[in-house]
Design a protein around this ligand. Structure first.
Ligand SMILES: CC(C)(COP(=O)(O)OP(=O)(O)OC[C@H]1O[C@@H](n2cnc3c(N)ncnc32)[C@H](O)[C@@H]1OP(=O)(O)O)[C@@H](O)C(=O)NCCC(=O)NCCS
Length: 192
């Protein structure tokens, strides 16, 4: 792994710009509203429940851009002009293991337009080429059909099901699916 790599400040993909979401009240409010207007979809993602208030979002975004020793962070806001459409990136890069978890979300009005299909390969390039990682993973709720379809479509291997490993705030048990892609697989897929 390239341990000294500086995360790119901005990645342009056609009309979209990927850049860190500023930790300001303005964006915290947008994120709060986006998640609450579509609670059913975001419940799949928020194990501990949706944000309770805007300050909670603000605190999270102030802290999450800081690298921790074992875990670097490379998440990007997805911007179309000034509009924040969602977020995508490497939620945790495990330096010693040379692996990272891919994470993403889109606001409701930005879905079904193939935006993740367009951006996911760029994030894979960031992980495998820029950071020199060995493996990327996608973890999702077993009921999250969109992500399961996308992982399969983008050539990830379903590695396992963690049965009822999460308890949601309403008390219901939920299972998590793990998908993985090795660098060797990514190289082979990109030769085609
Ligand atoms: C995950 C997410 C970004 C996907 O949005 P998207 O990239 O626009 O993807 P789509 O909604 O087009 O769904 C992808 C595919 O799954 C299909 N799909 C989605 N929901 C489905 C459902 N309930 N039943 C059947 N198929 C479904 C879509 O038709 C599409 O199929 P296609 O590729 O053949 O056209 C969005 O749902 C989201 O933000 N969810 C909340 C956060 C989240 O779960 N993040 C992932 C954490 S790992």
């Amino acid at each position: 792994m390239n341990t000294n790599v500086q995360r790119p400040k901005e990645i342009k993909v056609r009309k979209f710009v990927l850049k860190p979401i500023p930790a300001t009240k303005h964006y915290a409010k947008q994120i709060f509203d986006i998640f609450h207007e579509d609670a059913d979809a975001f419940n799949f993602w928020m194990e501990y429940g949706l944000y309770k208030n805007i300050d909670e979002v603000l605190t999270e975004y102030k802290n999450k851009n800081k690298d921790r020793g074992f875990c670097k962070y490379a998440m990007y806001g997805i911007f179309y002009g000034d509009e924040l459409l969602g977020e995508i990136g490497l939620g945790c890069i495990y330096v010693r293991r040379q692996t990272a978890e891919v994470g993403y979300w889109l606001k409701k009005s930005a879905r079904h337009r193939g935006i993740i299909d367009l951006l996911l390969p760029k994030i894979e390039k960031l992980g495998f080429e820029t950071y020199g990682l060995h493996k990327l993973t996608i973890w999702c709720d077993n009921e999250n059909i969109a992500v399961k379809k996308q992982a399969k479509k983008h050539g990830y291997t379903r590695e396992g099901l963690l049965r009822e490993e999460k308890i949601w705030p309403d008390g219901s048990p939920h299972s998590t699916v793990l998908f993985g892609k090795l660098k060797s697989e990514w190289v082979a897929q990109n030769k085609k």
